[in-house]
Design a protein around this ligand. Structure first.
Ligand code: SAM
Length: 237
């Protein structure tokens, strides 16, 4: 479960108000994460205080820096055990969230949490580069989010094709990702986007984090995303 005092203290600066109902949903998720993690490896972050800050507060920081309209359609690419997508959804159930991952077991865990919390979401067991070539998903989302999935040149090819023109790809990165970000600029531009804002902030003292907001300005050329092998062998740089 979450460390409640630490949770509220850490998110104080995000200008969001987490009411009791939302807190209880997030707390249930944390409890299930810690419990399930004992028998199935969902996350390397295991201690309640670390889970509180490095998973839950970390993901909620998005709300400070990105305005997410009511009923926004979001795809969380490489969601794993649900970060940031499930935190966003449990805080704001109005969001229409799609949880995408190529690992089925982790998606099963997300489904259990959604059921337990009485909240719905779309579970998508596919590789990003395959799903983004389907008309059902291509350029259909107001936002794509991703944390700890791939370096920016590759990640942009996974994520930008999902985003509508006018929408935003929110990439959560470590603060020390300057090189990766410069390397990603060409891919972002070819895929129809540009970096709108690059925000570095302290999650807690001496724990810097980065949120990159990438605006989608024009349609992604249909040849992207390419098949997996080509993306990894020859990232756009
Ligand atoms: N986003 C979560 C987080 O921050 O805790 C999970 C991060 S985990 C290190 C990376 C996840 O991305 C894994 O669950 C993996 O299966 C998924 N992943 C990597 N490449 C993918 C792809 N091309 N399509 C779908 N999922 C992918």
């Amino acid at each position: 479960m979450l460390n409640k005092d630490l949770f509220y203290k850490t998110i104080e600066k995000f200008d969001i108000s987490v009411d009791d109902e939302a807190f209880n949903r997030l707390d249930k998720y944390a409890e299930m994460l810690i419990e399930t993690n004992k028998s199935f490896n969902l996350t390397a972050i295991k201690e309640p205080d670390d889970v509180t800050v490095k998973h839950f507060a970390d993901c909620l920081a998005i709300f400070k820096y990105v305005e997410i309209p009511e009923n926004a359609k979001i795809i969380d690419v490489g969601t794993g055990a649900g970060f940031p997508g499930l935190v966003l959804k449990l805080f704001r159930p109005d969001i229409q969230m799609t949880f995408l991952d190529s690992t089925k077991k982790k998606l099963g865990f997300i489904e259990n949490v959604l059921n337990e919390c009485g909240v719905s979401g779309e579970i998508l067991h596919m590789r990003a580069e395959e799903a983004a070539q389907l008309s059902k998903y291509r350029e259909k989302f107001d936002f794509a989010t991703a944390r700890a999935v791939a370096a920016l040149p590759v990640l942009s090819e996974y994520c930008l094709p999902f985003v509508k023109v006018g929408g935003t790809f929110i990439s959560m990165k470590s603060a020390e990702s300057n090189e990766e970000i410069s390397e990603g600029k060409k891919a972002i531009s070819i895929l129809g986007g540009n970096i709108q804002e690059d925000i570095v902030f302290d999650l807690v003292e001496n724990m810097p984090r980065r949120i990159i907001k990438i605006k989608k300005n024009s349609q992604t050329p249909t040849k992207y995303p390419r098949p997996s092998a080509q993306i990894s062998k020859k990232p756009i740089k």
